[in-house]
Write a protein that binds this ligand. Structure first.
Ligand code: LLP
Length: 421
């Protein structure tokens, strides 16, 4: 479900014609639909309403301030993985007491920043990390609330780069050793253990891996209670999948129906950390065709966006639907849709059937709201693109396009290298 649709063969985002925005903002740019973001959040929130819960939007999927604020306005919390994301989350208006901090490599200064700001809890991934949190909390006279991230050894059946809950992954603490880790953490003076957390992967389309993970976590929680460690929150991470092509992911309702009977009776607060589910299909990347190149038997549609702007196809071989902003009814052709970067991987789609387009035509790369802009880079000295958001019948630029000056910001040439007369 999203609020991008064709009307008279032209693409609209909510009530705004996307090509109008392209004329004003220039290309390439990311475009987000506010209504889609909010609807996705509300669907999940509503599906979980029968139990106490907190949705912590995963900032890493898209940390633009306008998106974050849209969710904070809905009552969402935030899942962060760095000091930078904490800074953004607070700037966007998430209350500190709704922020959970994940990640295997939190540094001392990040921990101190988070403690001072009063975040809800750390999701701790190792004993040395627990030691460091204990030390920093003691230093500044605070008690740190934590959940331990457990690795439940569940196969989420997703891409190998985004599976995180298997034994061999670097994330979390092995579930069969967890009792010891919890006991050790609970004995630390400046730490209060309040929760159990797990995140098993991303783009998970079935509810089964969640059910399996929750069952394992519940057994652990019961064992913990027996030794006097009271668990208040059960955080099952993010990972809910979306439709990119022909996937059939479980809906918010189906997800809730599968997990609520397991979590509800325990009386514990459920925390989830969705990213992609909320923003994935709420964003597109709009790009203009620069050339149509024919070479041998191949046709290449060369566009002005590159892998530096959206790296998912190059990195994960991921599928993104691509369509012209204006459908002309021209015959389909089969082409590779590629960017201008000097890498063979700079390809958004291989041998893709697409309505024939001409140089100058605008294209939309769909399902680009999650892990799109946030993973973009300046490779090939390309300024980062603009981001815009439609709210009803208006659009707003929510991040300016970078300039060439931005590209060299902070760089300098040592005096000794300057030989100008
Ligand atoms: N919580 C934790 C601890 C995570 O590591 C992640 C994502 C999430 C929540 C949010 O997951 P989501 O609901 O968005 O699936 N760059 C990859 C995805 C990497 C996901 C990393 N962790 C991609 O473009 O597919």
């Amino acid at each position: 479900m999203d609020f991008f649709h064709y009307e008279n063969n032209e693409l609209f985002c909510e009530e705004v014609l996307v090509s109008d925005i392209a004329e004003q903002v220039g290309t390439p740019f990311y475009l987000y639909s506010h209504r889609t973001i909010v609807e996705h959040y509300r669907k999940l929130d509503k599906a979980l309403e029968s139990i106490e819960h907190l949705i912590c939007y995963s900032m890493k999927s898209n940390s633009n301030l306008a998106i974050a604020r849209s969710l904070a306005n809905e009552g969402s919390g935030a899942d962060i993985v760095s000091g930078g994301e904490l800074y953004r989350a607070l700037k966007a208006g998430f209350p500190a007491e709704k922020i959970v901090f994940a990640g295997v490599g939190k540094t001392e200064s990040e921990i101190e920043y988070a403690l001072k700001m009063g975040i809800l809890m750390f999701n701790v991934e190792s004993m040395p990390e627990a030691d460091l949190i204990n030390y920093v909390a003691g230093k500044i006279g605070k008690k740190a609330k934590i959940a331990l991230r457990v690795n439940p050894d569940v196969d989420a059946h997703t891409h190998k780069h985004i599976t995180t809950g298997k034994k061999e992954n670097k994330f979390g603490l092995a579930i069969d050793e967890a009792l010891g880790y919890f006991t050790e953490s609970a004995s630390k003076e400046n730490i209060e253990v309040i929760g159990v957390q797990a995140h098993i992967g991303s783009q998970i389309v079935s509810t089964m891996p969640y059910v399996e993970a929750i069952n394992r976590l519940t057994t652990l929680i019961n064992d913990l209670e027996k030794i006097g460690i009271k668990i208040q929150t059960l955080n099952i991470g993010g990972g809910l999948g979306i439709i990119y092509n022909e996937e059939n992911p479980s809906t918010a309702q189906q997800f809730a129906e599968a997990i609520l009977p397991l979590v509800g009776p325990t009386g514990r607060k459920l925390i989830i950390e969705p990213g992609r589910f909320i923003v994935g299909n709420a964003g597109i990347l709009v790009t203009r065709t620069t050339y149509i190149k024919k070479s041998g038997s191949k046709t290449f549609i060369i566009v002005d966006a590159g892998m530096n702007d959206l790296i998912r196809p190059a990195l994960y071989d991921s599928y993104h639907s691509i369509k012209p902003l204006k459908m002309t009814g021209a015959e389909d052709i089969t082409a590779d849709i590629v960017g201008p970067i000097c890498e063979s991987a700079d390809c958004f789609a291989k041998e893709r059937k697409i309505e024939s387009v001409n140089a100058g035509d605008l294209l939309a790369i769909f399902s680009a709201g999650a892990y799109g802009f946030v993973m973009s880079s300046n490779y090939n000295s390309r300024p980062k693109v603009a981001e815009a958001m439609v709210i009803g019948d208006k659009y707003y630029t929510v991040r300016e396009r970078e300039t060439y000056d931005d590209l060299i910001k902070g760089e300098s040439i040592p005096e000794i290298l300057i030989h100008d007369k």
